[in-house]
Write a protein that binds this ligand. Sequence first.
Ligand code: PMP
Length: 758
Amino acid sequence: MISDLKALLKEEFGFENPEIKLLAGYFNLNYLIIHQGEKFILKTYRFDSEYRDVLQAENEVLLQLANQKITGIPRPIHFSDGQFLLQRQLEGKPSIIRMLSYLEGEFLGSVPASKATYKSLGSFVAKLNLGLSTCKNYVLRSRQLDWDIQYLHLNKPLIAAIGDAKNQNLVRYFFLQFGENVSPILPSLRRQIIHGDANEWNILVQNDVISGIIDFGDLTYSPLINEVAIALTYSFYDKENPLEWTADFLNAYHQIIPLESKELEILYYLIAARLCISVCQSAHARKVDPKNNYASISEKSAWSTLRKWVAINPIGAANTFKKAVNLPISETPSLESQLQRRHQSISPLLSISYKKPLSVTGAAFQYMYESNGTAVLDAYNNIPHVGHSHPKVVEAGQRQMAKLNTNTRYLYDLLAEYSEKLLAKFHPSLSKVYFVNCGSSASDLAIRMAFAHTKNPNILVMEHGYHGNTQISIDISDYKFNNKKGLGQKSNILKAPIPDTYLGKHKINDGTAGKLYAQDAMQVIHDSGKTVGAFITEPIVGCGGQVPLAEGYLQHLYPAIRAQGGICISDEVQTGFGRVGDYFWGYEAQGVIPDMVVLGKPMGNGHPMGAVVCTEAVADSFSKGVEFFSSFGGNPVSCAVGISVLEVIEEEKLQENARIVGNHYASFFRELQKEFAVIGDVRGAGLFLGVEIVKAGKSDHDSELATLIKNEMRNRNILISTDGPFDNVLKTKPPLCFTKENAEEVAENMREILKEKF
Ligand code: PMP
């Protein structure tokens, strides 16, 4: 090759024995030519007639820019025939050759950039865009590059090349957001020819000032704001707080080309889109050619920026961008006015969390976005089990809603498919499922079914237990009927003392306490002079203050309940679907198999779903009664959503994540327990934990302090809650995509709060 080039350079330019160095390049070959101290760039391409038109267009644009005296851009150099492209055989293959002037400077990516550099970059890119705005070229207008943000969708098939499912789904999330937030306004954006690749390895710096830009191979006719998005994307790679680095660039750009509010409102999504393109292209390139390192040069930075990006509130980002250019920020109604409006139609009986309520406009995975622009870490909500707005779940629902939504009186495959997939998660003896729309209806139905089976209306329930808001669910919920304002315990309800090994009377949690508590429960039945038809409990009593049943409790109690003619129900509304880490269902930790299981909350990741799973025998008894029908239970949309939730748990290994992150999380709290005597107990399993707050060194509850910690955490943009009979147990049960870093952040903030207090 070099000898071919030497001959060419001699023939065309009369260069005698120039120095020729191969440079890095994405898909063509670039050479540095040094002749008598003067430097040039020679670019060679495989011949392609369509691409020749593009190269021709690129040269024309560069010449038009040079005519406008735009500095810091390469200048095309003509060959002996006066043309700027040369067609020639290189190594026996038809090729296209270009010669460009050489630009001095260091790459932005290779120098520690200061804020002054970003200011300079803003002005430089704006001046370049001003120059490009007068360029017309119909070849470039018709280009559809997959690196061009407006054609993000071209990258969709490449998502599959990304190895890790969590990463794939993060990218899918931003594709979805692009469709929601950018696509509708794309047609109304101002467009022009843009450089299209102002990345840190195409930009040259000299003494903190941008001196040039190279590689016009991505010239395209695109919304102008895409140029800004691309330049910003690369400028804050590897920065701890990306947003901090945007203001100088934007302000400087805006002084030359004023930016519009609607452009800045979507900039967050455009930057995310460019990051997504980058990771899709890297993954694809690695798949096609595992040895091509150049293609994945920025992959690591792109991923880490994308992960930081999702923790930023899009409204907060837009506000930062607008502030940088002195554009007004859209005002949101005050919390007071929102509360007032709400209470005009909604009773205050529906309580609102935290002293300072949250007004939310969006959420993504383990983050929630407040209308004021703040992002909060959600360490509390277990309904968005696989993550808020999870793209697979959203898409499954959207797709099915656009296709068919009906009820179980018709035949559709999704009902059978979901039932099979859900039941596969249970012991074969639990072989029938009834779908409803929430945990309350599931509890209600379970009790009705139990009665149909045993004909015995008496039910043994758990002290402090909660199972829902229907009349039957309240009847079996000590947490409700025993409340100061509750209606009291009905005559058919018996209550088992909570098998709590921290505060309760039996404390040796090696099976001893479990057995004794089971005996106590049977004593309650015995003392009543009755038998029970059913026994219902959660495996970790949530409203009781995240109290795990003492070890061995159900192993002793279930057989005794069955022996006196009752059936055993596990309420897995909180603990199911992998949350407890070691097991998919909470009861498995107790080594038992219930006769019925109640499901809810996480089942649809926020889409309202509930179910009762039971044995054939229970189902048979229920079948002898009146028809069961739920208008919405088991509808095709819910089934599609339910399937997607199961798939995401599987592909993102979320049960394992709950176990690993949960163990770290608990160990962080146990460290805090050593430091602060007000932490009496740390308990739970996986990502379902409780931290009991007590008067220092005693086991007396301190609800005031627990409430203070909860609200202080909220003020620090972290959501946890309190529960338990004295409301003194800090409760955390985040979406299962929660990371170890998130767990550490929660524990560290709690440490700071406690340090301030003690
Ligand atoms: N069972 C348990 C254990 C619950 O925590 C809840 C809700 N908090 C329910 C049942 C009732 O579920 P839903 O609110 O969906 O009706």
